[in-house]
Design a protein around this ligand. Structure first.
Ligand code: AMP
Length: 422
């Protein structure tokens, strides 16, 4: 019996992997401009890395893949990138050598969510973290980077939405205000939100069950509870964005779905048809307690992550021509079984010259081989026939111009390199 893929996962097939590779290349190229270094952490961590008593988001309380390994250790497949990066930052004492560590990561995350277009149970994110300092210029740099990235990809109709949750004092004032506000509305809230009301009223705002709830719609916003310092900090972030002429909008209701955020939070949203609720391409924000919660010093950081499937869906929906599959430089056509060893020799020579080359392994007639060559977009055909071989030559045909020339076998690579350069 054939076995299918796990629900909520997908395969990247050979004819589409070049899109992923191109996206990853773009990520590395652009992030490099901001002097970010890549970090690779495991996809599994001890559960405590994610299941912290301060983190009550749905993502962590309801959606993680938790399991015991064969040594009875409690492990979790990472649902997001930041916590693992911070775990490693602390474990490797990266703070001791750098005041500010700016890193990025690319990799799969796992969340037990309801699968739909743009929402999977295993999905890729690339993310950025700048850990070690608190500086409004740095918050702005992260937003500028996210904006620049989207622009460089060629996506249009994209909005940067920003808000501030303020420092700890502002946040806790706001939580109290939400508690006071929602208490008389308790009967209008869903069952989960009733619990949230006492434990973490902020999470009521992104309740997935009840988006149209009037009480949620009219709730106070974090901006109303920012203290003087937090307001000044946020203003400075905006000053930097204005200096760089970044277009953004202030989104007073934006709180983001994780509990570790404070001060600046932001999201990149795309107006793409058919995306519905999945129109958020990426987002992030500042975190001030995560490093200390994971056993490190009292240092803050800021980061964001983009969902890579959604980026690819958006690029496709907007018909952005951002990646090309590298076509074959040459396809070797051989009819005579006795000449197949010669074809092997020629192919190896071509590849030694860094040419992309292939041949036929299924003994098709000329027509079939030609079709195969054209399907791979081969620029040249290297045709090895009995008669030519007797003369020590092959026929090389340009598939576009159809011009065909005879070339000495030892000169094939040289000939093609010269032609391809033109
Ligand atoms: P988050 O880590 O929840 O802040 O999400 C950041 C980005 O990751 C989102 O804007 C999405 O683009 C992407 N993302 C989050 N969850 C999923 C998922 N289940 N499937 C696909 N992409 C996701």
């Amino acid at each position: 019996m054939a076995i299918n893929k796990v629900k909520g996962t997908y395969d990247v097939l050979p004819n589409e992997s070049y899109l992923w590779q191109a996206l990853e290349e773009k990520i590395r190229e652009i992030l490099g401009l901001y002097n970010l270094k890549e970090m690779r952490t495991p996809i599994m961590e001890y559960s405590d890395v994610f299941h912290r008593h301060t983190e009550l988001s749905d993502m962590v309380t309801k959606e993680t893949y938790d399991f015991d390994d064969r040594g009875d250790r409690k492990l979790t497949l990472r649902p997001e990138g930041t916590a693992g990066i911070i775990r490693s930052y602390v474990e490797n004492k990266l703070y001791a050598s750098q005041e500010l560590e700016k890193v990025y990561y690319i990799g799969p995350n796992f969340r037990y969510e309801r699968p739909q277009k743009g929402r999977y149970r295993q999905f890729y994110q690339f993310g950025v973290e700048a850990i070690g300092t608190i500086d409004p210029a740095l918050d702005a740099e992260m937003i500028i980077l996210a904006y620049d990235f989207i622009k460089r990809l060629g996506l249009k109709g994209v909005r940067v939405r920003i808000n501030s949750l303020g420092d700890e004092a502002s946040r806790s004032n706001y939580q109290e205000a939400l508690k006071a506000y929602f208490t008389p509305h308790i009967d209008e809230l869903c069952e989960d939100c009733k619990v949230r009301l006492t434990k973490n009223p902020l999470r009521i705002l992104d309740c997935k069950v009840d988006q149209k709830n009037e009480a949620i719609k009219n709730a106070p916003t974090p901006q109303d509870y920012l203290n003087h310092e937090s307001r000044a900090y946020f203003k400075q972030v905006l000053d930097h964005l204005n200096a760089a002429k970044i277009s953004y909008e202030i989104a007073p209701k934006l709180v983001r779905g994780l509990d570790y955020y404070s001060h600046t939070v932001f999201e990149i949203e795309a107006d793409i048809e058919g995306f519905g609720a999945q129109n958020v391409l990426g987002g992030g924000g500042r975190y001030q307690n995560l490093v200390s919660e994971l056993g490190g010093p009292d240092l803050g950081g800021i980061g964001f992550a983009f969902g890579m499937e959604r980026l690819l869906l958006a690029l496709d929906a907007e018909n952005v021509d951002f990646a090309k599959e590298r076509p074959l430089d040459a396809f070797v056509i051989v009819f005579n079984d006795d000449l197949k060893t010669v074809a092997t020799e020629i192919l190896y020579e071509l590849r030694k010259a860094n040419l992309v080359a292939d041949t036929n392994y299924t003994q098709k007639a000329f027509k079939g081989q030609l079709k195969q060559a054209l399907r791979f977009g081969a620029k040249y055909l290297v045709i090895l026939g009995e008669e030519e071989y007797q003369k020590g030559v092959v026929a090389i045909k340009n598939t576009k111009t159809e011009v065909q020339e005879e070339v000495l076998i030892p000169k094939i690579s040289k000939y093609l390199l010269e032609k391809l350069e033109k």
